[in-house]
Design a protein around this ligand. Sequence first.
Ligand SMILES: NC(=O)c1ccc[n+]([C@@H]2O[C@H](COP(=O)([O-])OP(=O)(O)OC[C@H]3O[C@@H](n4cnc5c(N)ncnc54)[C@H](OP(=O)(O)O)[C@@H]3O)[C@@H](O)[C@H]2O)c1
Ligand SMILES: *[C@@H]1O[C@H](CO)[C@@H](O)[C@H](O)[C@H]1NC(C)=O
Ligand SMILES: *[C@@H]1O[C@H](CO)[C@@H](O)[C@H](O)[C@H]1NC(C)=O
Ligand SMILES: *[C@@H]1O[C@H](CO)[C@@H](O)[C@H](O)[C@H]1NC(C)=O
Ligand SMILES: *[C@@H]1O[C@H](CO)[C@@H](O)[C@H](O)[C@H]1NC(C)=O
Ligand SMILES: *[C@@H]1O[C@H](CO)[C@@H](O)[C@H](O)[C@H]1NC(C)=O
Ligand SMILES: CC(=O)N[C@H]1CO[C@H](CO)[C@@H](O)[C@@H]1O
Length: 346
Amino acid sequence: MDGTIYILGVGSIGTFLACELMSLPYFKDKVVLLLRNKERLGQFRENGSHLTLERVLDNRQDLVRHKVKATCSSELNVDAIDNLIVTTKTTETETAMRDYLPFLNKHSNILFVHNGFGIIEALNKTVWDNPYTRPNLYQGVTSHSVSFKEKFWYCHKCFGALKIAKVPRTVKDSSVPDAVGPCAMVQNLLDAEMANGSYLEYLNLLIYQCQKFMVNCCMNSTSAILDCVNYELSNIAEVKLLFHAIITECVDVLFKSNNILANSEKAKNILSVPNLFDLVLYLGFVENARNSTSMRLDTLKKRETEIDSLNGWIVKLAKEFDCEATVNKTITLMVKARTTINQRRL
Ligand SMILES: NC(=O)c1ccc[n+]([C@@H]2O[C@H](COP(=O)([O-])OP(=O)(O)OC[C@H]3O[C@@H](n4cnc5c(N)ncnc54)[C@H](OP(=O)(O)O)[C@@H]3O)[C@@H](O)[C@H]2O)c1
Ligand SMILES: *[C@@H]1O[C@H](CO)[C@@H](O)[C@H](O)[C@H]1NC(C)=O
Ligand SMILES: *[C@@H]1O[C@H](CO)[C@@H](O)[C@H](O)[C@H]1NC(C)=O
Ligand SMILES: *[C@@H]1O[C@H](CO)[C@@H](O)[C@H](O)[C@H]1NC(C)=O
Ligand SMILES: *[C@@H]1O[C@H](CO)[C@@H](O)[C@H](O)[C@H]1NC(C)=O
Ligand SMILES: *[C@@H]1O[C@H](CO)[C@@H](O)[C@H](O)[C@H]1NC(C)=O
Ligand SMILES: CC(=O)N[C@H]1CO[C@H](CO)[C@@H](O)[C@@H]1O
């Protein structure tokens, strides 16, 4: 083990995390980017192998620029990947991971930083179904906001938090003996000042993820379908009814599908329908009133959305339990229709 940290998904969040790690003196040469293909790698090298992170916080502008090593799957020449950070979009992750699966073993540490559910759950069911031999998996959730400026240049626009937990290894509800603390890669990320990271127990991360998930299931999809800025949805009786229906259905399906949640009184309390409803209204219409969700922006830019890992994921989960998540199915179909309508418009 040489401590190399590979980053798959060198977009907004990937660039941000790469630059934060490289700001730690002992990491200068330890970060390696896994770019999409040879062509992308060529473009990166033409640009002097530089990644740039621009920070516009508190009216102060900073430029962080690092020269970073990079490769792609066809040029990767190692026996194993010991440390991997995955920051592709949820929809792209399965394809992006495929080439790297042979390099991952039970000593590998993998941190997924995603919004939405389903990735770890799917891998846990398919390629990593043996809890004794699968890699160490960490889930990260972040509220930082980072956006694209130009090739290999991103802007850190809004300071937030990065929460990380280790995914427990379980077989039929009982856990397999395992270290619970952070691996060196995760510990280093927690040490990076601008990442504002913290390490949580998995249950607590799961609760936080569910809260964020519920806000996104209501706000992102509805604002995308109706094409409006967040506050425009406030104080409309029909929107409240819709949010209530979305939350009720999501809570029902999440608790049916997840034993860790179902067995926790704390989770049942925090993730009750009235609590979540109040949280959505607060985060949507008070704290982020003037903002627009990234899903709406995706549809406006004629890009595919991540709806399949939000309301769409609930639909898929419900099927596994032989129920039908009608509300979420409708929402998912309408977001997809909205994307197609915008794509057809000139
Ligand atoms: N951006 C934010 O502010 C923010 C905040 C909180 C959470 N998140 C979450 O973080 C996750 C990542 O979002 P993001 O905004 O960082 O997305 P992004 O900017 O689109 O970055 C994703 C990157 O993945 C790369 N990629 C896609 N397929 C690949 C493949 N097969 N092989 C190698 N690389 C591949 C893309 O490469 P190319 O450049 O070659 O296309 C792209 O640069 C999402 O789940 C998002 O919801 C984002
Ligand atoms: C290439 O990198 C330099 C920094 O070294 C940057 O100023 C420039 O904008 C980049 N150009 C492109 C096309 O990405
Ligand atoms: C992984 O799968 C096992 C059953 O095979 C399940 O008990 C466990 O909760 C799953 N873990 C996650 C994080 O989904
Ligand atoms: C930094 O992280 C802490 C712990 O997660 C969080 O309470 C705080 O709100 C974060 N700071 C910002 C500006 O989000
Ligand atoms: C939300 O809007 C505020 C005020 O317009 C802005 O300062 C902030 O950067 C926006 N946040 C995001 C995540 O875009
Ligand atoms: C929902 O919108 C928020 C705010 O723009 C964004 O941070 C998040 O990534 C979006 N989630 C999805 C799955 O589109
Ligand atoms: C699985 C689930 O929660 N299904 C719900 C789908 O929506 C209808 C109407 O809101 C509910 O009656 C179902 O229980």
